[in-house]
Design a binder for this molecule. Sequence first.
Ligand SMILES: Nc1nc2c(c(=O)[nH]1)N[C@@H](CN(C=O)c1ccc(C(=O)N[C@@H](CCC(=O)O)C(=O)O)cc1)CN2
Ligand SMILES: NCC(=O)N[C@@H]1O[C@H](COP(=O)([O-])[O-])[C@@H](O)[C@H]1O
Length: 212
Amino acid sequence: MKNIVVMISGNGSNLQAIIDATTSGYINGKIVAVISNKASAYGLERAKKANIPTFVFARKQFSDNLAMDSAIAEKIEQLNADLIVLAGYMKILTPEFTQRFTGKIINIHPSLLPKYAGLNTHQRAMDAGDTEHGMTIHFVNEEVDGGAIILQSKVPIYPDDELDDVIQRVYEQEHRCYPLVVEWFCSNRLYLKNGKAYLDEQQLACQGYAFE
Ligand SMILES: Nc1nc2c(c(=O)[nH]1)N[C@@H](CN(C=O)c1ccc(C(=O)N[C@@H](CCC(=O)O)C(=O)O)cc1)CN2
Ligand SMILES: NCC(=O)N[C@@H]1O[C@H](COP(=O)([O-])[O-])[C@@H](O)[C@H]1O
């Protein structure tokens, strides 16, 4: 059974989806810890309710990002983590950290990368007049939002949508897809090789989309 560490900064709805999927046995893995850079993250409450150990590494406790990431990396290695799941973790990880765990870190991003890397993605898509939007799950490397894409799911943007309509429509896909990808990794079907994502020995070519 794989050991999973989930890293959060906020509400933790994706964390909750993964907690529920491990509890139900859908994911053949165990969340051994939830780590946050924000003591106020509601996701920490979600973890405590599920009897999952939590650890906070606040940026102000450290001299710089490298020291912070080094402390987190030490904890992750103590936990013997097989997979690090970024679920709304809102700090850019140092190259030292991403290279230390190459192929073992995944992230979920609320856009159809490479469109709208960074922040505020839903508003940017609406402001651009896009009629489609979505989410991306990818391996993490030193290039923010530039790692090998694993899975994408598309959602429509309708003319009368409010921002929250789009947010909720993307969340629905995130909560559907992230547990799936975590299970792929925990069942040794998903891996990174030469900078490319593979599922069952097939390179994941992301010209298409897994879910329309
Ligand atoms: N090295 C990497 N680190 C991170 C990645 C990645 O792909 N490579 N993904 C991000 C998640 N993310 C978007 O998906 C993201 C998170 C945060 C930021 C950002 O600009 N953060 C600022 C301010 C954060 C704060 O409020 O403290 C910062 O870190 O200075 C951009 C993209 C997770 N990390
Ligand atoms: N750039 C990273 C980023 O914006 N990630 C996004 O943060 C949200 C976290 O929600 P949650 O805390 O409810 O899971 C998710 O929508 C995720 O895609």
